[in-house]
Write a protein of this length. Sequence first.
Length: 181
Amino acid sequence: MEAIGETGGQRVRIIGWGLAAALILTPLAAMQVTPEVVWGPEDFVFAIVVIGGTGLLFEVAVRLSGNLAYRVGAGLALLASFLMVWVNAAVGIVGESDNPANLIFAGVLLLELAGTLLARFRAQGMAYAIGVTAGAQLLAAGYAAVNGWGKEALFLMVWVALWSLSAGLFQVAARQEAGQE
């Protein structure tokens, strides 16, 4: 799988950052037309940090490897991480947002971060790190199911699928890189 050409890559970057800006500005526009959307400055700062941080991390991933499987794998892992932070901060994943059980998901993200750093962003190591993250997420889903959060446990399987697919793509990238050496 070849990387997107330089001109095409520039367009993708412009579109990506444009979408990020649109996501951040959407609540501001909604606040002008409905009283149901009420964001304070801290909400916008949170959105900028989380959305912008995810975008910056993807920029780093794109620069680390020209391999398309690696880039898509990184994108899926970042999407899963972003969604976990966003959903958990907004409403909580299990119970209410202040439910202590939601701290489990911070642990999953810390495990992902530690694994990524230990892997030093290499495809084979990333495959293992993200695979372990998928396993931890599966355990979290089991915990939710055992504690009476059946719907939430099913919802958590979305993350298991995203991280599993990401790990598989990193494995593909590792095989491709090994074949080129």
